[in-house]
Design a protein around this ligand. Structure first.
Ligand SMILES: *Cc1c(COP(=O)(O)O)cnc(C)c1O
Length: 490
């Protein structure tokens, strides 16, 4: 493809993308293809001779799009939002047009320096203390692929810091324990598995709305100390995936005052973005994050309008990352790096190379402005309040835990019937099975301390009140059908 052919194919690609977005709400939300659908539609080997791009682009529309689940669809309420934006798409386009591995400053000075600047913009937007800002030169932030990688990086840093503490050594690796809760995302268990470390999942209770409390943490620390184990890190969550639970950070902060050796990582992958709105900050414990977190992560690629992937990780002490991750063979040495005048982001993440992700974050923050960004978040919260009000007035649906920001967890609870938990779970599983095959919305399930529930997650950029009301009507209709079928069977 030469430049003029690229120009033509590029315009056509943008046209295709525009038509896709313009007609998104006319498509079923989820793909209905069966496993293995694709290989029979494609040749068994790459072509020997190059093909015309128009044919390749046509095949994208013909064979790939039917296998896409449309996460940007306004009726996508499953998992968590991936609120993409055109600014984000353009950021990716420019970034991929000047590919470079970005591992150190010299690779492309703009890549490193823009990341430093926009991470500080993002930190300010969320209200993070200046201790986390790059500008201060002590803490700082860097873009990671995912919250899982952010947690893994933080765990490596926490482990190295712990092992270097004079009071803790000599520690055997097998004595180290990573704390999570039973509601922590699987990233905690995965970090433990990857690093060969023990993980202890602390129990949380329904009456605490599935949040970790200080007393449970203190008790676990005492038990482990008595047993010769060495807790070195706690992954606390602000906005759990299942139900939006917020671990009680002020209580955790008070307990960890007596255990400064324990690294506090705050995983706010989904909900942390809402900190851009000052009215959420008390409920999300921003003050405790600012006072006590060693590291904090949120994903702009979920609710935050930046196309996947863009996970932001901040640390209070950047040296904890670079001490843990800096391995500099001779061929990577540079005069600037040796002089310590530049940041080499390869020491802030797992890989050597890294994508130019800051470009799309920069485009989004400028294109929306802080006010536009907050308006998007407030819209999601307001829509969820509408959904919560509809639920509260329902005669057969009930909340399982209070709505959290843009997430509501509910279940079918038939009135005037005294069903035990097993019967309710069976009924709800058949209710959910009906919702799962609806083409006009996408929605997911969870289990909270043994209770089968349905999750409704708002945050796609194009969702309006009409979509939420229509979804509620579908949910109510399926609930009535599931109940009627269940009653005729028992
Ligand atoms: C979505 C989510 C994650 C995982 O995010 P990735 O970026 O895909 O690793 C982790 N924690 C919480 C609370 C989440 O909601």
């Amino acid at each position: 493809m030469d430049i003029e052919q690229f120009r033509k194919a590029g315009y056509a690609a943008i046209d295709h993308i525009c038509d896709y977005y313009a007609n998104l709400d006319k498509r079923p939300v989820s793909s209905s293809v069966k496993p293995g659908y694709l290989a029979p539609l494609l040749p068994t080997a790459a072509p020997e001779e190059g093909e015309d791009f128009a044919a390749i682009a046509a095949d994208y529309g013909r064979v790939i799009e039917q296998g896409l689940t449309h996460w940007q669809h306004p009726s996508f309420f499953a998992y968590f939002p991936t609120a993409a934006s055109f600014e984000g798409i353009l950021g990716d386009l420019y970034a991929t047009a000047a590919p470079n591995p970005g591992f150190n400053w010299s690779c492309s000075p703009a890549c490193t320096e823009l990341e430093g600047v926009v991470m500080d913009w993002a930190a300010q937007l969320l209200g993070l203390d200046t201790a986390f800002h790059n500008a201060a030169g002590v803490g700082g932030g860097a873009l990671q692929t995912t919250a899982s990688e952010s947690a893994l990086i933080a765990t490596v840093a926490a482990r190295e810091r712990f092992l270097a503490l004079p009071t803790q050594s000599p520690s055997k690796l097998e004595e180290l324990v990573l704390y999570v809760t039973t509601q922590t995302h699987s990233l905690g268990l995965k970090a433990g598995r990857v690093l060969g470390l023990q993980v202890r999942a602390l129990e949380v209770r329904a009456e605490d709305k599935y949040a970790l409390r200080g007393a449970a943490l203190r008790q676990a620390l005492e038990e482990d100390a008595a047993a010769g184990r060495r807790p070195f890190m706690l992954i606390a969550t602000v906005g759990t995936t299942s139900s939006g639970a917020v671990d009680n950070l002020p209580e955790i902060q008070a307990v960890l005052k007596d255990h400064p050796e324990v690294w506090l990582h705050v995983d706010a992958a989904w909900a942390g973005i809402a900190l851009c709105c000052p009215e959420t900050r008390d409920a999300l414990f921003l003050d405790a994050i600012n006072a006590a977190a060693d590291s904090f992560c949120t994903n702009f690629h979920k609710w935050g309008l930046v196309n996947f992937d863009a996970s932001t990780l901040w640390v209070r002490d950047r040296k904890s990352l670079t001490d843990a991750l800096d391995i500099t063979p001779p061929f990577l040495r540079t005069a600037h790096g040796d002089a310590g005048t530049v940041v080499d982001y390869r020491n802030w993440h797992l890989a050597l190379g890294r994508r130019f992700r800051s470009l799309k974050l920069w485009f989004v923050l400028r294109g929306f402005g802080a006010a536009g960004f907050r308006a998007h978040i407030r819209q999601g919260i307001a829509l969820n309040a509408t959904f919560g009000a509809l639920l509260a007035a329902s005669d057969i649906l009930t909340l399982v835990t209070p709505p959290a920001l843009a997430l509501t967890v509910f279940r079918l609870a038939p009135p005037d019937r005294d069903l035990d938990l097993a019967a309710l779970n069976t009924l709800n599983a058949s209710f959910f099975a009906r919702l799962a095959v609806r083409p006009d919305l996408a929605i997911t399930q969870t289990v909270l301390n043994g209770v089968f529930c349905v999750r409704f997650a708002i945050g796609a950029a194009r969702t309006t009140e009409a979509h939420v009301r229509a979804a509620f009507d579908v949910i109510t209709e399926e609930a009535r059908t599931a109940l009627a079928l269940w009653e005729s069977a028992v």
